[in-house]
Design a protein around this ligand. Structure first.
Ligand SMILES: Nc1nc2c(ncn2[C@@H]2O[C@H](COP(=O)(O)OP(=O)(O)OP(=O)(O)O)[C@@H](O)[C@H]2O)c(=O)[nH]1
Length: 311
């Protein structure tokens, strides 16, 4: 059986919420909230397929809610249909320009709302499939460099706007050239896939993700995370790879596959761009390698290099 699509209705008017729910609940799973602020909280913990968003609401208006939704990697791909008593062409154009997929004027006709919702869900299904195919690394089946570039930039902008801390981890398999040389390229590929899948499986929060950066390097992006949280996550990654216990007799630091990790936190960083933050993580990684591998290092702050963990 095909799952019902999840639709979030955001409207401060209780009667509108009830009418829209009645219109859509026979075909879809419908959730109701009465403000933009509630909608932003809701999408952080519940995945929805489409949002019907009122524009004029006390507190945040619909335009501001849309901008915020588009900034987050959790919600940027959710199609949004504005529903508003504003019937001017300027309002409609503004809504569509901001990224809404459709604009319905109140009072609305229930059967037209149904069809418009159905159309947007169909488009989303196809877009999701294309997006998935274009964002997944063929070998490891985790998000690829393209996904990383897009989402790292988005999360960086969001963290600046919300004044929240974010962290990036640059992760590299230790002595992987020696692994390829010892066990062969095909075994190397299998190892890369196992490591990638294990790293990605450690992400419990919906907004965290691990992507393949290139070769045997991976990046973890941790939005709304401080340095301490990132260190804890990095240790979890390192332990998970140690626990995989993939034999690596050619390694110079262990008898199994290990990883080294550099951490950069926007809290303590001098970086003005997300790329600079990643470069800082690279300095941390360099130091982790230098300190013996299977290690985690914070990006150096000035000349101060801080050892966090080494085995
Ligand atoms: N099998 C396989 N190997 C890859 C792939 N991408 C990169 N590599 C190999 O990964 C190795 C990376 O080697 P180096 O950059 O020298 O690093 P390393 O041997 O891991 O040494 P350290 O990083 O200093 O611990 C190279 O031999 C690459 O050929 C891939 O998709 N499959």
């Amino acid at each position: 059986m095909i799952n019902k699509a999840k639709i979030l209705i955001v409207d401060d008017d209780a009667l509108n919420r009830i009418i829209l729910e009645r219109t859509l609940s026979d075909e879809h799973e419908v959730y109701l909230v009465a403000s933009g602020e509630e909608a932003l909280t809701f999408v952080k913990h519940t995945q929805v397929d489409l949002i019907i968003l009122d524009i004029m609401m006390p507190g945040m208006n619909g335009y501001d809610v849309l901008v915020e939704l588009k900034e987050s990697s959790l919600s940027h791909a959710i199609p949004i249909i504005f529903i508003s008593a504003n019937s001017s062409h300027e309002d409609e154009a503004k809504g569509l320009e901001l990224g809404a997929m459709d604009y319905i004027v109140k009072p609305f006709c229930a059967s037209i709302v149904k069809v418009r919702v159905r159309n947007q869900l169909l488009i989303k299904q196809k877009n999701d499939l294309l997006e998935m195919l274009a964002s997944i690394d063929g070998l490891t089946e985790i998000p690829n460099r393209r996904y990383l570039d897009e989402n790292l930039e988005r999360e960086w902008r969001r963290s600046k706007r919300n004044n929240s801390s974010m962290c990036v981890l640059l992760i590299d398999i230790d002595h992987f050239k020696r692994y390829n040389d010892c066990y062969g390229h095909r075994a190397g590929d299998d190892c890369l896939k196992a490591v990638a899948q294990t790293l990605a499986a450690q992400c419990e929060r919906g907004s965290d993700f691990v992507a393949r950066y290139g070769g045997e390097e991976f990046v973890a992006v941790l939005p709304e995370t401080n340095q301490q949280g990132a260190i804890a996550f990095a240790n979890k990654l390192r332990e998970a790879i140690n626990d995989l216990n993939i034999e690596h007799n050619a390694s110079l630091n262990a008898s199994h596959i290990t990883i080294s990790i550099g951490i950069a936190s926007s809290e303590s960083s001098q970086a003005y761009t997300e790329k600079a933050l990643l470069e800082e993580a690279d300095s941390g990684l360099y130091n982790a390698k230098k300190s013996g591998r299977n290690a985690i290092e914070l990006a150096p702050i000035g000349t101060c290099e801080r050892l966090v963990c080494q085995h």
